[in-house]
Design a protein around this ligand. Structure first.
Ligand code: ATP
Length: 193
């Protein structure tokens, strides 16, 4: 059966963590998505001065994290495209591949206020609906016109990739914050040290 509601989850995923997985679960359940694509960015437009971990590592961690989650898939197109990854380019590719579907773009609530700054914001606002997940410390803000979106419920989760990287640098455990296989890979290969 062809999908009618597709979720797009863009991010740096350096590394993928329990917060991302919670967002995915909430979106699948509450927004009735048929499929959800995790789309790791080559470079985030909002983090151009930061060099992320190698794309192949971030991809592998996402694949490990999604094992057994049948509705979720990894899309490496932004990594293959290289350069700064803009959501609108990815959205256009999905629109071409799935002309009839509803595209729902997942974001943390911290990104809502930045939407007008996204490349080709008007086109993006016309073609996708946003799903926001609360993040701790972020109050519910309205989606700026002309963006359309709604909030997913679910408890805000403190985890972020930067907290994880920082904990590894300080020699602290990341157990429970990332899937076990991802933790093992990060620790065994001295990633973030
Ligand atoms: P960093 O700490 O390095 O900035 P991050 O944890 O925010 O990274 P990203 O991969 O940049 O992770 O985020 C991808 C998307 O997931 C963003 O829209 C972000 O807001 C959202 N997100 C990340 N963590 C959470 C969380 N704990 N709860 C809700 N949304 C989240």
């Amino acid at each position: 059966m062809s999908p009618s509601r597709i979720g797009l989850f863009g991010g740096t995923f350096d590394p993928v963590h329990a917060g991302h997985l919670r967002v995915a679960q909430a979106a699948l359940e509450e927004a009735c998505l048929d499929r959800l694509f995790f789309i790791p960015a080559a470079r985030s437009p909002f983090k151009v001065s930061e060099v992320p971990s190698a794309g192949r590592d971030r991809l592998r961690w996402i694949r490990l994290a999604l094992a057994g989650r049948n509705a979720c898939e990894v899309d490496d197109s932004e990594l293959r495209r290289g350069g700064v990854s803009y959501a609108v380019d990815t959205m256009r590719a999905y629109r071409k591949r799935y002309p009839e579907v509803s595209l729902l773009y997942l974001i943390g609530a911290d990104h809502i206020k930045t939407l007008p700054e996204w490349r080709d914001a008007i086109e993006l606002a016309r073609d996708v609906e946003f799903l926001a997940v609360p993040r701790p410390g972020e109050s519910h803000v309205a989606f700026p016109e002309p963006f359309r979106g709604s909030y997913l419920s679910g408890l805000p989760c403190q985890v972020s990739s930067s907290i994880i990287r920082q904990r590894v640098r300080c020699g602290k455990s990341i157990s429970g914050l990332v899937p076990a296989f991802v933790e093992e890979d990060i620790v065994n290969r001295n990633i973030y040290l």
